[in-house]
Write a protein that binds this ligand. Structure first.
Ligand code: ADP
Length: 274
């Protein structure tokens, strides 16, 4: 009687265990597949500029008696070398935001400083396209987080806004404090009047190496990693990034991140007994 009762109790538990095990295996397989895809993508992305550099260096050698051709090829080598440098830097950035806990050295980070830095980073590119950049609402706001990661995230959004917009348009950066049940948040919205993103692509642009138009992305020196970095930074800070877009009209990328004082207060409450 006892044995039967026990086995009756264990049997459903056993099948649940098997189910858990199967789910675990499926998840492990999925992670493995994502990792393999990533490595394949990285290899492919590295091969393109390395292959071009190799061909161009041969071309330079063959054209040694034609200074104009040498100069032309050397110019293109420089572009490919820059592309390679960007890609490696973004891979390092991505691995850093995936592996480091940003809140380990979190501090209050002023939004006006972040915004000024992001605008500075794009000033040259915006200037050549006569794109106006304007920021508002940033005074007296601070985010609780990792300064370097936050700067990388906002910098990527502003850079994209400039890259995917036609000449003589406007990029706006608007910040504000919003009340939320879990504590106040800082919202930073980057709005452009660019090409926009279709509904189908909107879900995918945050994936590593996903580009709507690979040729255009490459032209602007894009790596396809920028928004993956932004998404990671937002999530690991306990925030989020969302996108609104209308094709041919423009896009708005919105970051929501913990407000400095609110996050710190929560942290202190957390540590205090009772
Ligand atoms: P990339 O280095 O190609 O810019 P991202 O990860 O930053 O990579 O962006 C992924 C893709 O999302 C881009 O290739 C582009 O197709 C699209 N995208 C990103 N930002 C914008 C924007 N502001 N307007 C239109 N398309 C955008």
């Amino acid at each position: 009687g006892e044995a039967l009762a026990v086995s009756a109790r264990v049997a459903p538990l056993g099948s649940r265990l098997v189910l858990l095990l199967v789910e675990d295996l499926t998840e492990a397989r999925r992670i493995e597949a994502v990792r393999r895809d990533f490595v394949a993508n990285v290899s492919h992305e590295l091969k393109t500029p390395v292959g071009a550099l190799s061909l161009l260096s041969e071309a330079v050698m063959d054209a040694s008696d034609d200074p104009e051709a040498v100069e032309r090829f050397a110019g293109r080598m420089q572009i490919e070398a820059t592309r390679l440098t960007n890609l490696v830097q973004e891979l390092i950035d991505l691995s850093r935001v995936q592996n480091d806990d940003p809140l380990e050295d979190a501090e209050p980070v002023r939004v006006d400083e972040l915004v000024a830095e992001a605008i500075d980073r794009c000033r040259h590119q915006a200037g050549t396209k006569q794109i106006t950049m304007a920021a508002g609402g940033t005074a007296d706001l601070s985010i609780w987080g990792n300064r370097g990661q936050l700067a990388a995230a906002l910098g990527n959004l502003v850079e994209n806004a400039v890259n995917y917009s036609p000449a003589r348009t406007r990029v706006g950066i608007a910040a504000r404090r919003v009340t939320a049940p879990g504590g106040d948040l800082i919202e930073i919205a980057v709005t452009d009047q660019g090409i926009g993103i279709s509904e189908k692509d909107r879900e995918r642009v945050f994936e590593r190496f996903y580009r709507v138009d690979p040729a255009r992305s490459r032209q602007t020196g894009g790596t396809g990693l920028g928004l993956a970095i932004v998404k990671h930074v937002a999530a690991s800070h306990g925030g989020e990034v969302t996108v609104w877009s209308s094709e041919g009209q423009g896009s708005t990328f919105t970051l929501r991140l913990p407000e400095a004082a609110a996050a710190r207060d929560r942290g202190i409450d957390h540590d205090m007994p009772g």
